[in-house]
Design a protein around this ligand. Structure first.
Ligand code: SGN
Ligand code: CA
Length: 543
């Protein structure tokens, strides 16, 4: 059955039929004592685009189920808001400066111990499908099929433990097909399993499946309050970052205007780069895929050809925002639909009760807030990440927590859930007290953040900082020396840097003390900051 039919068939199952299937299968299956783990992660999925957090932009009924039947985290964050470092932190339970994967450039040091290796040694069956983005293969997995690097949306190539393969179709559907195939055909019933189900979507350049671009290109979306942010009241880093929709979002690769049309209108792409990215993606399409694409994006191009000559900057910004949201959210629609397929499978096979299902992203993303796309900053849209966890055996349905949890915490959480003592040098906190409603036992009230990839894509300056429920203090360094303080309760949009405000000097003093304490606790230091700058020099990335 192809995946489109599968989706239809799965959604056609009535609620009653699902229930009866659930109960009949439950009796037949011996329940493993140790929980199974399904770790679902998408790439660049903003919490603003999950209806459990906000339904302004899109409805995601399947992902939301994990909240209705489990727990929603409203202050979940990453330690370093970029793809590969986040994944390395998840796998090792350590900050970037300890596992060494500080950015997307340097390879992951495979001598690091990862929690899947430990689970595997302790009898868990392990599998990974989708995007890893490491430059090397995962350790401790019985089976994996991963995209090389960023991977492709259409007709993607996969690296497997038995050689490479290319699969025709749409990446989100395919990753799910692979996952369901493993669950249905190669899962050992006698052992608990740990499954990584990792989406490429909704990563840039946001190519939705035909069924979703047909729908989403007809929609328009509410603009964020700060779409036209002028960055007054912020520091140099925000002013100099290259992630503004108007200035840095490319017309072809991102907004899907054909290079010929853009050139005819006199719109230049940065060094032809965006044109080339567009062409390389477009060339991957099969003839049928190209026809379907042209039937929808052709008319959008025609309309734009007429509109553009009369557009001023703000009209162009608005147009870009709508184009961006149509494609980005179209990608999410597939993710949500496919997550539903996997949740249905767990239900239908009596696996839901004792399986921990996590939905998260490798980091958050800007959906036009501050005029931006991309991530990297310690500001909320990219510092925070969506997190929903379902585990019916432990978690009360519909729970919400605003505790300061991080991607650093997964490794210890899963190990504790499996009854395994975590290695002493892991740096997170197990989420078990929160999952089991023992909130009083949760001890951490502030988290540490450190971003490194500069100079680089989007030019977000190096910075580290501390965040608690009330405040955020960050130090931007390397080619500047600037501090920023935000009052998270009074200024949730983070528009006013209060670092020099006389009324906040006590807060600054206290947070600086706590930040130094966290740096000591996590073994980060000025020496390490210099060490990583030195590595950029050795690599010829800076002088
Ligand atoms: C690509 C993207 C960037 C993005 C990085 C890192 N450009 O380079 O916009 O910040 O990946 O993303 S693209 O147009 O080539 O896609 S990450 O999620 O892998 O860290
Ligand atoms: Ca990412």
């Amino acid at each position: 059955m192809n995946s489109g039919n599968y989706v239809k068939a799965a959604t056609a199952l009535t609620f009653a039929a699902t229930l009866s299937l659930m109960s009949s299968c439950k009796e037949e299956q011996p329940k493993p004592e140790r929980p199974n783990i399904v770790f679902i992660m998408s790439d660049d999925h903003a919490y603003q685009a999950i209806s459990a957090y906000s339904d302004k932009l899109i409805r995601t009924p399947n992902i939301d189920r994990l909240y209705r039947e489990g727990m929603l985290f409203t202050n979940a964050s990453v330690t370093n808001s970029i793809c590969a470092p986040s994944r390395a932190t998840i796998l090792t339970g350590k900050h970037s400066h300890i596992h060494g994967k500080i950015d997307n450039i340097f390879p992951f040091d495979t001598t690091n111990v990862t929690f899947p290796q430990i689970l595997h040694d302790q009898g868990y069956q392990t599998a990974m499908f989708g995007k890893l983005h490491f430059g090397n293969n995962p350790k401790g997995f019985d089976e994996f099929k991963i995209l090389p690097g960023q991977g492709d949306y259409y007709n993607p190539q996969f690296i497997t433990n038995k050689g490479d393969t290319t699969i025709q179709g749409y990446v989100t559907d395919i990753i799910t097909d692979l996952t369901l195939d493993w669950l249905g055909n190669r899962r050992r019933e006698e052992d608990p399993f740990m499954l990584f189900y990792l989406h490429k979507a909704p990563h840039r350049e946001w190519l939705p499946a035909p069924r979703h671009y047909k729908e989403f290109t007809k929609r328009s979306f509410p603009e964020p309050e700060t779409l036209f942010d002028d960055y007054n009241g912020r520091g140099t880093a925000a002013k100099e970052a290259e992630m503004n929709l108007l200035k840095h979002m490319t017309i072809s690769a991102d907004n899907k205007i054909y290079p010929e049309v853009a050139k005819e209108l006199g719109i230049e792409e940065m060094s032809e780069w965006g044109f080339n990215v567009f062409k390389s993606k477009y060339d991957r399409f099969t003839e049928k895929q190209r026809e379907e694409w042209d039937a929808v994006y052709g008319p959008i191009n025609e309309k734009f050809r007429k509109l553009y000559p009369n557009m001023n900057d703000s009209a162009f910004m608005r147009w870009k925002y709508q184009r961006y949201m149509q494609d980005y959210l179209g990608c999410i629609a597939s993710v949500d639909e496919n997550v539903g397929r996997v949740l249905d499978y767990l239900d239908e096979n009596g696996l839901s009760e004792n399986t921990i299902v996590v939905y998260t992203s490798d980091q958050g993303f800007y959906l036009g807030e501050h005029g931006w796309f991309d991530k990297r900053f310690i500001y909320d849209e990219s510092f925070k990440t969506p997190l929903l966890i379902r585990w019916p055996e432990k978690i009360d349905p519909g729970s919400v927590t605003d505790e300061m949890v991080q991607n650093l915490d997964f490794a210890q959480t899963f190990l504790e859930a499996a009854g395994i003592e975590p290695p002493e040098d892991m740096q997170g906190e197990s989420l078990m007290p929160l999952l089991e409603g023992r909130d009083g036992e949760w001890v951490r009230d502030a988290v540490y953040y450190h971003y490194y990839e500069y100079p680089g894509f989007h030019m977000v300056k190096r910075h580290y900082g501390i965040v608690n429920k009330d405040y955020k203090l960050a130090h931007f360094y390397y080619d500047i020396d600037e501090w920023e303080l935000y009052d998270r309760r009074k200024d949730p949009l983070e528009l006013n840097n209060l670092y020099d405000d006389p009324n906040y000097q006590e807060v600054v003093k206290e947070l600086k003390r706590e930040l130094q304490e966290l740096r000591r606790k996590y073994k980060d230091s000025k020496e390490l900051d210099r060490h990583f700058i030195q590595k950029y020099k050795e690599r010829g990335l800076i002088e």
